[in-house]
Write a protein that binds this ligand. Structure first.
Ligand code: PLP
Length: 421
């Protein structure tokens, strides 16, 4: 694992690069350069993390060779009652996938149905919608500009073209506007209400959302991709028991392999499963499912819970330091692993700051802020997350130091812009 100084106490990545070099020096070269960038940079992308060598090894294992269309124990032939998948040689893969599902139910302390096959968060959302919606059905979600994800109804995404999407907003401070949510739910009568975001720093009240959904007869879906690790560790309200459908990625705060999962009530289980396979995917990635199982085992440890607590403490300390230096933070703070700096009062853009930080070995990303005046390519904000560097051992003081490094870059950009006038 990488430490905060960029030292790797494991030979794993080095060995992999050496192995690839034997066949493809070119590809090994790309990976080597990226590995070096990752070692040397301060990684503040809120959706990224460093998974363990055990997770990586599972993902690079012989399971990559196996086809496994279907589900463990799935009835294929309704007439004969035969159970199984569409391929032979499934004994161990079936055991693994069932073990993986059981583990994730344990992580979230739930008896919901779980499908661990989605290849990504977007695939998970695609299938979850498909389980309960028909093209043209009304959905009420959070817009990309206010912190939602592309798959929550953006016009350039399948979600915005397949469904009739409406958006609830955030108030002037950047908090989810519950009155707007209630009003729109009443007016629109959506078939599904979606909670969850990619750039929202506050606790989401899933109970309240579920009450609104119930009051208009809508399905309630939660996309907990960003906060799943916090939910697992008890640092965010759990959506289990409130939502009909819950999707997540496994590679953000959960610190697992790149992938997705869908949880649902038992009544929706069959619909969810057939929306994943055969509707939108073929063979599941059993090597990634092995990585998801290792990740779940890790998420059940006390060490992981301590890690998530530190992620949140670091996020608050980092955010507070910016506030002390006079920065405007969307919603004025954070309850989770990320926060947004609002740079609207500066002449430079979120993209300018992102590029300059990159040059200085700090990786973060530009982000729209509420009431954004600039284009999504430029933006007036940046999103900052603490999950990856906390994995590498950063504590509050380390983040405070980085806040001052970013502040130096901001001051330089301010000076440059004012001298250009
Ligand atoms: N949902 C949310 C809230 C996300 O933030 C993301 C990705 O950032 C996704 C879904 C999509 O995940 P993926 O990139 O794996 O498709």
């Amino acid at each position: 694992m990488l430490d905060k100084y960029g030292n790797d106490n494991s030979e794993y990545s080095k060995n992999i690069i050496e192995e690839i070099k034997k066949t493809s020096p070119k590809v090994a070269g790309f990976i080597e350069k990226e590995y070096s960038r990752q070692k040397n940079n301060v990684e503040l992308i809120a959706s990224e993390n460093y998974c363990s060598e055990a997770v990586m090894a599972a993902c690079g294992s012989c399971l990559s060779w196996k086809y496994a269309e279907g589900y463990p124990g799935m009835p294929i032939d309704r007439h004969s009652g035969n159970r199984g998948r569409y391929y032979g040689g499934m004994k161990y893969v079936d055991e693994l996938e069932e073990y993986c599902c059981d583990l994730w139910r344990e992580v979230f302390n739930t008896d919901y149905h779980v499908n661990v096959q989605p290849h990504s968060g977007s695939q998970a959302n695609f299938a979850a919608y498909r389980a309960v919606l028909k093209p043209g059905d009304k959905v009420l979600a959070m817009s990309l500009d206010d912190g939602g994800h592309l798959t929550h109804g953006s016009s350039v995404n399948f979600s915005g073209t397949l469904y009739d999407i409406h958006f609830y907003g955030v108030d002037e401070k950047g908090y989810i506007d519950i009155e707007d949510l209630k009003k729109k739910a009443d007016e629109i009568k959506p078939k599904l209400i979606l909670a969850g975001a990619s750039a929202y720093s506050r606790t989401i009240d899933f109970k309240l959302f579920s009450e609104v959904a119930k009051s208009v007869g809508a399905y309630f879906m939660v996309d907990m991709a960003h906060i799943a690790g916090l939910v697992a560790a008890g640092e965010h309200i759990s959506p289990f028991g409130y939502a009909d459908l819950i999707t997540t990625t496994t590679h953000k705060t959960l610190r697992g392999p790149r992938g997705g999962m869908i949880f649902s009530t038992k009544e929706l289980a069959k619909k969810v499963d057939s929306a994943v396979f055969p509707y939108s995917q073929g063979g599941p990635l059993e090597h990634i499912i092995a990585g998801k199982a290792v990740c779940a085992e890790e998420a059940l440890t006390d060490e992981y819970k301590t890690y998530i607590k530190q992620v949140v403490k670091n996020s608050k300390a980092f955010c507070d330091e910016f506030k002390k230096m006079g920065y405007s933070v969307v919603t004025g703070g954070t309850d989770n692993h990320l926060f947004l700096l609002d740079l609207s009062s500066h002449e430079f853009t979120g993209k300018d700051l992102q590029d300059r930080c990159d040059e200085d070995g700090i990786t973060l990303n530009k982000n729209c802020v509420p009431n954004e005046k600039r284009s999504p390519v430029q933006t007036s904000g940046v999103r900052i997350g603490t999950a990856p560097m906390t994995t590498r051992g950063f504590m509050e003081d380390d983040f405070i130091e980085v806040a001052h490094r970013i502040d130096e870059i901001v001051k330089k950009l301010d000076t440059e812009k004012s001298s250009q006038k």
